[in-house]
Design a protein around this ligand. Structure first.
Ligand code: UT7
Length: 324
């Protein structure tokens, strides 16, 4: 049996910081409300001319550098994003060109905040079959371009960033279980509606600017249940008990969601890697950046049992167990 592991990680965060105090000057909110309801203190915002593909490219180069890997040897690139530069070409194709991964196949995946795990699980399938020897998995979002900056209930939550990892065969262990789930019946709880013309009409110039619409309270409950269930499914498949988990890297939507998931599972919260205070919710990129930081901070070491778990619009949830 071929084992597939994460052999390298990398991330990139735009330099511009938008603090809660900056937001106080933009909408009717306070640092106290944002901190106590979400755990967020600040987030990063990409520059005007900085696209999702630019963030993705920098995270990818970082992951390649950390693993001392050459772009020309990469077989497959998958980018998870819901904020691509454009409908097409895919962000993955732009990254492929930017980094010079000349032999790689490349495509995007849309699974909102669960995108990094959906992409990782998809990429992983190609390696044991022998089709590819490795894969570069990237999650990148310029989600602030989809934010309604007049809506205080959503604009305080999001930030931009990108994370990446390289998958390749390992001697043992690696990604030992994967779980992906979807509950389309909850799709209306969070969406970006684009006003596409219904019919062919060259005179119709009325495409609205797409913006995030969210029913936060309802989403909160589903998030807690779905993330806890995803962890249980993935651990069962990995034949691991909750007590054997060394580190949980969760999607960072709200610190209170993470607390509730920890409590529901009975895993001490100090085993969860949390960076929402610095970056807010970066959709698919949140988990990818958190994983990179957890490795760099040595919260994840050789032999650690790591649970990666996410939840997002769709609704989609996912969890992977990795023996590092
Ligand atoms: O990435 C995955 C998808 N996203 C999520 O999973 C997000 C899940 N939901 C949440 O994280 C939380 O529901 C929110 C952070 C979005 C909201 O927190 P909440 O505790 O559920 O607040 P709420 O929506 O019930 O609002 C409570 C009050 C309201 O005022 P009233 O009606 O009680 O007078 C809101 O108008 O807080 C008000 N409010 C604010 N006040 C100050 C909402 N946003 C703000 C704000 N500043 N930014």
């Amino acid at each position: 049996m071929t084992h597939v592991g994460i052999i390298s990680v990398g991330s990139y965060l735009p330099s511009k910081v938008l603090s809660n105090f900056d937001l106080e000057k933009m909408v009717d909110t306070t640092d106290e409300w944002i901190t106590s309801r979400t755990g967020i203190k600040e987030r990063r915002v990409a520059a005007k001319d900085e696209k999702t593909s630019d963030l993705a490219t920098k995270a990818a180069l970082n992951a390649l550098k950390h693993g001392k890997l050459e772009a020309s040897k990469i077989d497959l690139i998958i980018v998870a994003t819901i904020s691509p530069d454009s409908n097409f070409p895919s962000v993955a194709c732009i990254v492929q060109k930017n980094i010079g991964a000349t032999k790689a196949a490349a495509f995007d995946i849309s699974a909102a905040c669960s995108g990094f795990l959906y992409a990782m699980t998809t990429a992983k399938q190609f390696i044991p079959t022998g089709l590819y020897k490795n894969a570069l998995v990237i999650a990148a979002e310029k989600i602030t371009s989809l934010v309604d900056w007049n809506d205080r209930s959503t604009c305080v939550l999001f930030g931009d960033g990108a994370g990446a990892c390289v998958l390749a065969p390992t001697k043992s262990d690696g990604i030992i279980s994967e779980y992906m789930h979807a509950e389309g019946e909850f799709g209306h709880l969070m969406a970006v509606y684009v006003d596409y013309p219904d019919t062919f009409d060259p005179d119709n110039k009325s495409m609205g600017i797409p913006r995030i619409a969210m029913q936060g309270k309802e989403l909160f409950k589903v998030a807690v249940n779905s993330m806890a269930a995803a962890v249980e499914h993935a651990l069962k498949k990995a034949k691991l008990d909750l007590e054997e988990v060394d580190c949980v890297v969760p999607h960072q939507a709200n610190d209170r969601i993470i607390s509730a998931v920890a409590k529901k599972l009975g895993i001490p919260k100090d085993k969860f890697y949390i960076n929402i205070d610095r970056y807010g919710n970066m959709s698919a990129a949140s988990l990818a950046v958190a994983l990179c930081e957890a490795v760099e901070a040595k919260k994840i070491k050789k032999g650690s049992n790591v649970v990666l778990v996410a939840f997002g619009a769709g609704l989609v949830s996912a969890a992977n167990v990795v023996k590092w």
